[in-house]
Design a protein. Structure first.
Length: 433
């Protein structure tokens, strides 16, 4: 029955291969069940509820992708957007986490509209490739400074803004060890390198007394503290408009790029117009729907995971791979005591390693053309140095449009870029930060 539903024979695969591929994908992305609650809990959200919401959002999104689009692409709350949610929207701009969830819901509605109408493809086509790469790299740098601060490797300084922390502190040493362990395991092509690193550092922290052990398996915590707690009306104020804009832009670039990249690697995309790729349209709808579901459950934006490529490498070609991931995320809910024991020293190296992977995108920037390179550099640098993904996007789009215009190359700027640059300029002019 599974073979017929997922069309396994036509895709040249079988149930065993798809299940193995699903397990492989899960192992490479399961770190999110530890990292996401750690990040969102800084806003005052209940750690246990966010843990359950993360698992449920990942399971629901992956199941929709698998059963409807029949693609081997897994979904979960996205790295970068969770940091934007916690450290920019709530900590930086002063919105409540309930309003931030409302903004996620609104961005999901807009994202769904863009996907249904085809505007999503128009936006992707209109944004320069160098800018898309710079956005990914900038988010990586933003995650890096969060990770370094969380690990105690960098600390605040009144003289130099930031400086080197106490490298003899036990938690800092554990974080450094964790990063080297994760990087080494990944270099040796060990599946689940990030997850293994988190677990090993957590066990080491238990030995050193830097965290407490309260068991491994238990019933899932209550979802009530975050379920249906989103404040949509509170998110409709003028001050949060640019927050929604940033969420939509990152969702568009991140999710679409991942979907197309993984699908190409799996040989699931045909050259030609959209109607020749009906599953692509379904996949675009699936990830839009998952964002709405995640905001209702109580987590930041859900997106397609590039780690799905590991499952494709293992032979995954159908939605059964994604469905396997969904089942494993549901089972993961019963490991809440272990998740509660994971310290910042264990999640910080995971964040830092993800940041190093995202910075690979800098090689795709067209550095020879300064009108392209300068906006890309500003985009990437402004994110960590202003502690805001939104500011990085704003600096990048505005500078790209301005430089092209003053050098007589304004016609090279796509209408989508002009619109985004204008929106950010209006935001700075009338609403300040």
């Amino acid at each position: 029955m599974a073979g017929k539903w997922f069309d396994l024979e036509a895709l040249g695969t079988n149930v065993r291969t798809e299940v193995i591929a699903g397990v492989t994908t899960f192992l490479t992305m399961a770190y999110i069940i530890f990292v996401n609650p750690e990040i969102l809990a800084t806003t005052g959200m209940d750690h246990g509820a966010v843990f359950v919401a993360t698992c449920l959002a990942a399971a629901l999104g992956s199941a929709i992708m698998g059963l409807w689009a029949n693609w081997p692409v897994a979904m979960a709350p996205g790295m970068g957007l969770n940091a934007f949610f916690a450290f920019t929207v709530v900590a930086g701009l002063g919105f409540t986490w309930q309003q931030a969830l409302g903004a996620v819901f609104i961005s999901g509605l807009i994202f769904l509209f863009l996907s249904v109408t085809g505007i999503r493809r128009w936006l992707i086509a209109g944004i320069p490739a160098s800018m898309r790469s710079a956005i990914a790299a900038g988010i990586g740098l933003f995650l890096a400074i969060i990770a370094l601060k969380s690990a105690g490797i960098v600390v605040a300084s009144p003289a130099t803004l930031i400086t080197l922390g106490d490298l003899t502190a036990s938690t800092t040493l554990l974080a450094i060890f964790g990063f080297f362990l994760i990087a080494a395991l990944d270099a040796l092509r060990v599946k689940g390198a990030i997850l293994i690193g988190i677990i090993v550092v957590t066990l080491a922290a238990m030995v050193t007394g830097d965290t407490t052990f309260s068991g491994i398996v238990d019933l899932p915590p209550s979802l009530a503290p975050t379920f249906l707690q989103l404040d949509i009306w509170g998110a409709l104020g003028f001050g949060i408009i640019h927050v929604v804009l940033v969420m939509v832009l990152v969702e568009v670039f991140d999710a679409t790029g991942t979907l197309i990249g993984v699908a190409k690697r799996a040989g699931l995309l045909k050259e030609g117009p959209t109607h020749q790729n009906p599953n692509l349209s379904r996949a675009l709808m699936a990830d839009s729907t998952a964002i709405l579901a995640g905001s209702v459950l109580g987590t930041s934006s859900t997106t397609a995971y590039v780690e799905s490529a590991s499952g494709v490498q293992a032979g995954g070609r159908s939605g059964l791979t994604a469905l396997t991931v969904a089942v494993l995320f549901l089972l993961a809910m019963f490991f809440s005591p272990l998740a509660a024991a994971v310290p910042a020293a264990a999640t910080a190296p995971a964040l830092l390693f993800v940041a190093t992977l995202m910075m690979r995108e800098l090689v795709e920037v067209e550095w020879e053309d300064v009108t392209t390179a300068a906006p890309a550099a500003l985009t990437a640098l402004a994110m960590p140095f202003t502690y805001s993904i939104a500011n990085g996007l704003a600096f990048g789009f505005i500078s790209y449009a301005v430089l092209k215009l003053v050098t007589g190359r304004g016609r090279e700027v796509h209408p989508a870029t002009w619109i985004i640059a204008a929106l950010f300029a209006i935001k700075f002019a009338f609403f300040g930060e």
